[in-house]
Design a protein around this ligand. Structure first.
Ligand code: ATP
Length: 362
């Protein structure tokens, strides 16, 4: 295995600047997820690392080798695609061993490597089948088996689970996590599914318009988002946000509502900001998700417009500062639309962003 370093990596498609000089260090054995909205440059970045796309500028290093001009095969990378890309006329075993075969390895060595990868992925019983005789999840496992067999320096995954149904996706997510723990592989994993990114990755890279917005652990990008964009992208349901202006003591919203200044912010009076509060931090009295000990909690009566029972919790929609805010209620009970409930707002967990730049003011 090896480190992977991107330095000022750039990609133009004609006049279109798809990746804008990004820097990223991936440690040996680290699992990094690239996330961001459609078109932000995730796949282009991955394909440049793989050598499937020329780079316009910058450097890609694997270990201490600059691989910019190396052919994909010479980079010692394995890539797992969304489409699996299995050869239909070959058996599972032949698919898995194919790259070793064209690399000229002898049959005994190939058979041993295929058998070991098949054991790791529990697909030994499928080795003689052809791809058409497999389920979607089994095909995905074969595609991963083919990647493992090569014992690469770096694994690249391009939305590998997006063709699977929700249940299978959950199962495969667990398997990828276990596999990573066992192989201690260096992984770059592209996904638009933030749950996948949060559960699998050591660090998450959030991209927007060809730039990196933030790199951090799942905990950092969730609890300390560097920008309004990251705050809105990570977390489900998304963070509630409303425009406000700072006053001498706190925040004033467009409808006249005032709130105390959230702890930890030191913002001059009269500044335009965006106030952010996660649904977890807006809850009816006695139904909180976090402990309130030592937290600055503000209490107010709010009318519930709508509720969505989810079994173990209920989402509540209320109007706050003329915006629809989502709250969360643990230990749910029935709520009728129009009911007025006393809510707690945990301002110690609130966020403030500059209204113009979108950057966090913490
Ligand atoms: P998605 O989640 O939809 O796959 P992405 O973040 O992976 O999106 P990329 O596929 O990396 O996005 O594309 C980044 C941008 O580059 C997009 O605006 C896309 O239209 C553009 N692009 C990608 N490939 C080409 C190409 N061959 N020629 C021109 N533009 C391209």
């Amino acid at each position: 295995m090896a480190t992977l370093t991107l330095s000022q990596l750039d990609k133009n498609y004609g006049a279109f600047h798809a990746v804008k000089g990004i820097d990223l260090d991936v440690a040996d054995g680290e699992f990094v997820a690239l996330v961001g909205p459609s078109g932000c440059g995730k796949s282009t970045t991955l394909r440049m690392i793989a050598g499937l796309e020329d780079i316009t500028g910058g450097d890609i290093r694997i270990g201490d080798r600059v691989v910019n001009d190396l052919a994909p095969r010479a980079r010692n990378i394995s890539m797992v695609f969304q489409s699996y890309a299995l050869y239909p006329h070959m058996t599972v075993g032949e698919n898995m061993g194919f790259t070793l075969k064209i690399a000229g390895r002898d049959k005994a060595e190939i058979d041993a490597a295929v058998a070991e990868a098949a054991r790791a992925l529990e697909i030994t019983q499928l080795l003689d089948r052809r791809p058409a005789q497999l389920s979607g999840g089994q095909r995905q496992r074969v595609a991963m088996g083919r990647a493992i067999v090569r014992d690469p320096d770096v694994f690249l995954f391009d939305e590998p689970l997006s063709n699977l149904d929700a249940k299978l996706r959950g199962q495969m997510r667990t398997e990828i996590k276990q596999l990573h723990a066992r192989l201690k592989a260096t992984v770059v994993y592209v996904t638009h599914d933030q749950v996948e990114a949060m559960t699998l990755a050591d660090r998450i890279v959030i991209m927007k318009d060809g730039n990196i917005e933030q790199v951090g652990t799942p905990d950092e990008v969730f609890n300390q988002p560097a920008s309004q964009f990251v705050a809105g992208f990570i977390g489900s349901p998304p963070m509630n946000m409303a425009d406000a202006v700072t006053t001498a003591t706190g925040l004033r919203f467009a409808n006249g509502l005032e709130l105390p200044m959230p702890p930890g912010f030191n913002v001059a009076e009269g500044r335009k900001v965006v106030f952010g509060l996660r649904p977890d931090d807006l809850y009816p009295e006695g139904h909180g998700i976090h402990s309130e000990g030592g937290h600055a909690v503000t209490t107010m009566d709010l009318t519930v417009d709508l509720s969505e029972p989810l079994g173990n919790e209920t989402l509540l929609f209320v109007d706050l500062a003329d915006k629809r805010f989502t709250g969360r209620m643990l230990n749910p009970r029935r709520v009728t639309p129009g009911e007025v409930m006393t809510f707690h707002l945990d301002l110690s967990n609130a966020h403030l962003f500059d209204a113009d730049s979108g950057l966090s003011l913490r």
